[in-house]
Design a protein around this ligand. Structure first.
Ligand code: DX5
Ligand code: ZN
Length: 223
């Protein structure tokens, strides 16, 4: 099992404090900045876009964890400025040819993740195991911060862990996204999750003065 990693959900951060927030994340060695990109079509909301990402790159070298909730992502990859240290998650349902998206990600040298929604059957993973480095398991239906976990997803993470074991692919990273409270994080760590998206449920619970403490608490929960 790999060392647990934190991916800070930037859509939950306060723009006024952005620079100070990033300074704290660098000091606390937060591993990834989770970027929810949404097109108002694949999910019912708009999210962080290319200008935001460009700005963020000028502030920090912390790798980005780009969560693409957009239709037909293959044609949009070139807009983003993907680096080889980044993670890029694409949703199974976002393209009619999701394997092509994974192929088109290859030249960027990034980590390729398939994202699946709470109701997406896990057997879709079997056909793409050769083309992915990780799986982003949504614990909520994506689009909004501050939602409650879909209870069946806990069982589902267990099923994915079993599937990977049977396939001899325990090297594949498991990321969990949505309502990652300290309690959920602890349970999910026990099941086998590796990367924890930290949003309003943990890291961004209160104002910037609490971020350092919140990170330490989350680290403790996923030790
Ligand atoms: C979904 C999003 C949200 C959010 C996570 O793609 O990633 O789940 O930012 O933070 P919570 O759910 O804790 O507000
Ligand atoms: Zn996300």
């Amino acid at each position: 099992m790999m060392k647990s990693k934190i991916s800070a959900s930037m859509m939950c951060s306060d723009l006024i404090d952005l620079k100070d927030t990033i300074d704290i994340f660098e000091r606390e060695e937060v591993e990834y900045l989770h970027i929810d990109m949404m097109d108002g079509s694949f999910v019912p909301n708009f999210g962080l876009g290319v200008d935001y990402i460009r700005g963020l790159r000028r502030l920090t070298d912390i790798p980005l964890d780009l969560h693409l909730m957009v239709k037909d992502p293959e044609y949009k990859l070139q807009w983003i400025g993907i680096k080889n240290t980044d993670i890029v998650s694409v949703h199974y349902e976002s393209s009619f040819q999701v394997q092509r998206v994974l192929d088109w990600l290859l030249p960027y040298g990034c980590k390729r993740f398939l994202a699946i929604n709470p109701a997406t059957p896990i057997n879709v993973l079997e056909e793409v195991l050769d083309y992915i480095d990780g799986i982003n398991l949504l614990m909520v239906n994506p689009g909004f911060a501050g939602q409650k976990i879909v209870p069946s997803t806990l069982k589902k993470v267990r099923k994915v862990v079993d599937l990977l074991k049977k396939a001899g692919r325990e090297d594949i990273t498991i990321e969990v996204d949505g309502n990652i409270t300290l309690e959920n994080a602890k349970v999910l760590k026990g099941i086998g999750a590796d990367i924890f998206v930290a949003g309003t449920s943990s890291l961004f619970k209160d104002g910037i003065s609490s971020y350092m403490e919140n990170i330490k608490r989350l680290r403790q929960a996923i030790k």
